[in-house]
Design a protein around this ligand. Structure first.
Ligand SMILES: *[C@@H]1O[C@H](CO)[C@@H](O)[C@H](O)[C@H]1NC(C)=O
Ligand SMILES: *[C@@H]1O[C@H](CO)[C@@H](O)[C@H](O)[C@H]1NC(C)=O
Length: 306
């Protein structure tokens, strides 16, 4: 059919995350974090296995991807299976009952839309591990989480490079909290076994990016929501180590915001009750995240520094 753009993936990602609400627990424990990580790894494992069992190397070649890409894809599929096995055994060792895989609905239709979605999902995986790292108490678990994070980041690179996106678009990774990540993951989860332990997470209402790609700093970008909005709110761009609040303008039902210079590469966008350029607390979030892909400016560096 048609060319699949990153905006399509963003839209797909934004599809009604009607949540699969799970009860909030009092305090997050290291075991909760491992269960959360395993929940994401099950999702990725099923995602890649579905792709390699429904599309052949010839399908990828026909869609313009190389044999080298396809070979990398098989390694990525292997990696995700290993991640599931490692976290499962770590939880069993810790005396917990590891969560089982859920059922999912991944809205890709061909190799191109699959790779686009894979790129976004891997980026979310990296953000999830980076955000969770700060919550983990056990240095042993932190080491394992860091080790998985590195590999998820390599996967992100492979997908981005093969979409002709700049792989290292931002000098820094972007951390996302448990609830924003769950908001994105929930959009793909249709049902989970009732025997799975309840995670201490909840999904926020959906923010949809309604505009084409690629986005760039300085460009006005539009979003939409299904629910109501307070008279004052802010559009918050979270990218790398930067959080930047922008005052929106309404264009009919659309929320327009100018993309700030701090947004580079895969960027998470929220609607917030208050303006912040530091930490976006969960209690401030009204909608989101939506995901947009922002083309970074040309690279600069100073050769006289060496
Ligand atoms: C880490 O330890 C602190 C203090 O004991 C506790 O409040 C917190 O819940 C722990 N976090 C995790 C993720 O286990
Ligand atoms: C965040 O930065 C923008 C300009 O980049 C500024 O207009 C806004 O007032 C700042 N918000 C806060 C809470 O500092």
């Amino acid at each position: 059919m048609k060319l699949f753009t990153a905006s399509t993936a963003a839209t797909l990602l934004a599809i009604t995350a009607t949540a699969h609400p799970v009860k909030r627990q009092a305090a997050v424990t290291d075991a909760d974090i491992l269960q959360y990580a395993l929940t994401l790894e099950h999702l990725e494992n099923t995602f890649y296995k579905g792709a390699v069992s429904s599309m052949s190397e010839a399908d990828f070649l026909k869609a313009g991807f190389s044999s080298a890409y396809y070979n990398n894809l098989l390694y990525i599929t292997h990696d995700e299976e290993q991640h599931v096995e490692l976290l499962t055994s770590a939880l069993m060792t810790a005396g917990a009952k590891p969560v089982a895989a859920c059922t999912y609905d991944f809205p890709y239709t061909d190799p191109k839309s699959f790779v686009t979605l894979a790129s976004v999902l891997e980026g979310v995986g990296v953000s999830a591990y980076l955000g969770a790292a700060g919550l983990i108490n056990s240095t042993a678990y932190l080491g394992v989480a860091g080790s998985i994070l590195v590999t998820e980041s390599l996967h992100t690179s492979v997908q981005r490079f093969n979409l002709n996106e700049i792989a290292p678009a931002n000098p820094y990774g972007t951390a996302l909290g448990l609830n924003p990540v769950y908001t994105l993951a929930a959009a793909f989860i249709t049902a989970c076994p009732s025997t799975n332990v309840a995670l201490p997470v909840m999904a926020f209402p959906t923010l949809t990016a309604t505009q084409g790609i690629p986005a760039a700093p300085g460009i006005s970008f539009t979003f939409s929501v299904k629910g109501s909005l307070p008279s004052t709110f802010f559009v918050v761009f979270v990218s790398g180590l930067s959080t930047t609040s922008v005052v929106p303008s309404m264009q009919g039902d659309m929320i327009a915001a100018v993309i700030p210079a701090t947004a580079m590469g895969q960027t998470y966008v929220f609607l917030s009750k208050s303006s912040t350029n530091t930490t976006l607390a969960d209690s401030m979030i009204l909608y989101g995240p939506a995901i947009i892909e922002v083309t970074p400016p040309a690279p600069t560096f100073d050769l006289s520094e060496h």
